[in-house]
Design a protein around this ligand. Structure first.
Ligand code: SAH
Ligand code: SF4
Length: 383
């Protein structure tokens, strides 16, 4: 079994090259070929000595998860389903906007937190992704998009760890992947443009602040412990007071001077004026004006949840109460609705491939690459 070079950050690759008797600058060259140019074949790396390419061919490979399907929404959002083996699949979503391109990346197959309003949570936990499976999503998407848009420059300017899974419950592989995203020899993304979203794994929030401070989003969803215990079961381990204090500690290291709170709006559950007032109180009692921003997310329903999306009027009324109290509040636009690519709709369930095939057939398949037309045996991992 040869080493998958997507599993390494630059230090890891340097250690690997050292074992082959190569200097660190060779590792840097190799890293740039992989992440900046999207190379998957050692023979394409023309400025590496032939002898090194030969050694690499026998000891290493470059392999992202295999693409199972690809869909494009009428709003330009693209969703990929990747096979991660054992009947598991993960999803990655590209969201183009006028001034940026955001990739929403998965960190686990399934999720153990089990939030009531999240279809990944309902699916349960399958397994942690390894670094190659995490960074492989960016590697594939970036180079695929460059190739098909016919551009040399970067297409993905922002990464959000908001796909399937709880990133801080898969800590080391996630941090290693973040390092590759931030590395100037890798994707060179600014810390402010890489966001980890967490349901509140307090000890790991502290570690992230030390190890790799990037922008932080915290999934709040409730202004008191009774309700949050019910919606986000992890709250029973790390209740709101502890979570708020961890947010304050994180701010000392964060690349931005605020934390983003996500709040999924559930009809009659957490969206009343009383909840809004309680939320204002919670936020104001834990920091000075402007220490956080609030992002209200209209709930994306799925049948098993038994929950409903709040009405627009309720969202607006809630938003007004918190904004009037001086808390910067935005309402998230849903993107990729027509291809089930919106927040919380990522289920990645390919246990039944026939059902997925039927669903895919009803949707628009991205015309540029007929990945799904190729027989399974001929599909590869090339962007
Ligand atoms: N596990 C992490 C990151 C993945 S979830 C977390 O919970 O933060 C990313 C975001 O999508 C979270 O804010 C989550 O609360 C939200 N979300 C989950 N299910 C949703 C749904 N059905 N509708 C809208 N947002 C949802
Ligand atoms: Fe897991 Fe996040 Fe979904 Fe909760 S919202 S179940 S933490 S993926």
């Amino acid at each position: 079994m040869t080493a998958n070079l997507l599993d390494y950050d630059l230090d890891g690759l340097a250690a690997f090259c050292e074992r082959l008797g190569e200097k660190r600058f060779r590792a840097t060259q190799l890293f740039r070929w992989i992440h900046q140019k999207g190379a998957a074949q050692f023979d394409d790396m023309t400025d590496l000595a032939k002898s090194l390419r030969e050694k690499l061919r026998t000891t290493a490979h470059i392999q992202a998860p295999v693409v199972l399907s690809q869909h494009i929404s009428s709003d330009g959002t693209i969703k990929w389903l990747f096979d991660v083996g054992g009947g598991n699949a993960i999803e990655t979503v590209f969201i183009p906007e006028d001034d940026r391109g955001t990739l929403c990346v998965s960190s686990q197959a399934g999720c153990a937190v089990g939030c009531r309003f999240c279809s990944t949570g309902h699916q349960g936990f399958s397994r942690n992704l390894n670094p190659a499976e995490i960074i492989g999503q960016l590697w594939f998407a970036e180079h695929f998009l460059r190739k098909h848009l016919g551009v040399d420059e970067r297409v993905i300017s922002n990464v959000v760890m908001m796909g399937m899974g709880e990133p801080l419950q898969n800590y080391q592989p996630v941090v290693q992947s973040l390092r590759v995203m931030l590395d100037d020899h890798g994707y060179g993304l600014s810390r402010r443009r890489v966001t980890v979203s967490t349901s509140g794994v307090v000890p790991k929030m502290d570690r992230l602040g030390q190890d790799c401070p990037v922008a932080l989003a915290v999934s709040l969803h409730a202004p008191n412990d009774v309700l949050r215990d019910n919606l986000v079961p992890l709250n029973r381990s790390y209740p709101l007071q502890e979570l708020m204090q961890a947010c304050q500690r994180y701010l000392a290291f964060a690349p931005r001077d605020f934390i983003t709170f996500e709040y999924c709006m559930l009809d009659g559950v957490n969206d009343t004026a009383v909840h809004a007032a309680e939320l204002v109180q919670l936020i104001q009692s834990h920091g000075k004006q402007g220490w956080c921003k609030l992002n209200l997310i209209p709930f994306n329903p799925f049948p098993a949840s038994g929950l409903k999306r709040s009405s627009n009027a309720a969202v607006q009324a809630f938003s007004k109460i918190v904004s009037d109290a001086g808390i910067i509040t935005t309402v998230r636009k849903t993107r990729g609705d027509d291809i089930d690519a919106a927040c919380g709709q990522l289920a990645g369930d390919v246990q039944d491939r026939t059902a997925v095939g039927k669903r895919i057939a009803k949707q628009r398949t991205f015309v540029l690459t007929p990945v799904f037309d190729a027989p399974e045996s001929q599909r590869d991992n090339q962007p």
